[in-house]
Design a protein around this ligand. Structure first.
Ligand code: AMP
Length: 213
């Protein structure tokens, strides 16, 4: 099954995608993760997008469509989870064409509905284990009191460069201007389901699984 997780920054797309990877053998395709990896390894493309990402603006359609196109031949028994892609109508159209060219299609688009006021708190509270990428949140899922990652035991955690209030507001504006029209787009295609993204992580997971069943 190929699905899109759609929602604003901090809406919980990445958290739910990781759960689906573990439980449904799906493959997470996060353009944000791919871009951050390019930025960290200092590739030409990574250097080009670094400032745009840190400011919270959108990278060009051409770059992210290219990143996704490179992944679609990968083996994904449970299907693909598109996380943070598409973010514009042009990306959505390109995804349809790309999937079609591989004899694949989208099964569901899941919109994670989250109250804007909750987002900024979520964003500035989150961190990730530097070693295994496990996500934490100072409020909902704090780093264990012993300071060790619960998954791999590592003691170093990082916060994203764009997880600050200024970048967050730009990201939220980009979401409303460029990405939220996709809600109507996928509704019209009969693919949209919406879940309450503010519920407890397990409850959100349950809502997503019932869409997929
Ligand atoms: P994310 O991890 O999904 O929050 O993405 C982090 C940043 O990467 C975004 O704020 C954008 O700068 C960039 N980015 C990720 N995915 C896309 C996309 N599909 N289109 C344009 N920019 C993207």
């Amino acid at each position: 099954m190929n699905i899109i997780l759609l929602g604003p920054p901090g809406g919980g797309k990445g958290t739910q995608a990781k759960i689906l990877v573990e439980e449904r053998s799906m493959l997470q395709l996060s353009t944000g993760d791919m871009l951050r990896a390019a930025k960290t390894s200092g590739t030409e493309m990574g250097n080009k997008v670094a400032a745009v990402m840190d400011a919270g603006e959108l990278v060009t359609d051409e770059i992210v469509i290219g990143l996704i196109a490179e992944q679609l031949d990968k083996n994904a028994d449970g299907g693909f989870i598109f996380d943070g892609f598409p973010r514009t109508l042009a990306q959505a159209d390109a995804l349809e064409v790309l999937l079609h060219s591989k004899g694949k299609h989208l099964h569901h688009v899941i919109e994670m509905q989250v109250d804007d006021t909750a987002l900024v708190t979520r964003i500035i509270s989150r961190s990730t284990c530097e070693s295994c990428g496990e996500g934490y949140n100072d409020i909902a899922k704090p780093i264990p009191a012993n300071g060790n990652c619960s998954k791999c035991g590592n003691r170093d955690f990082q916060r994203r460069a764009d997880d600050n209030e200024t970048s967050f507001r730009t990201r939220l504006m980009a979401y409303y201007k460029e990405t939220s029209p996709l809600i109507g787009y996928y509704y019209a295609k009969g693919l949209l389901s919406s879940v309450d993204g503010l519920a407890e992580i397990k409850k959100v997971k349950g809502s997503i699984l019932s869409v997929l069943s």
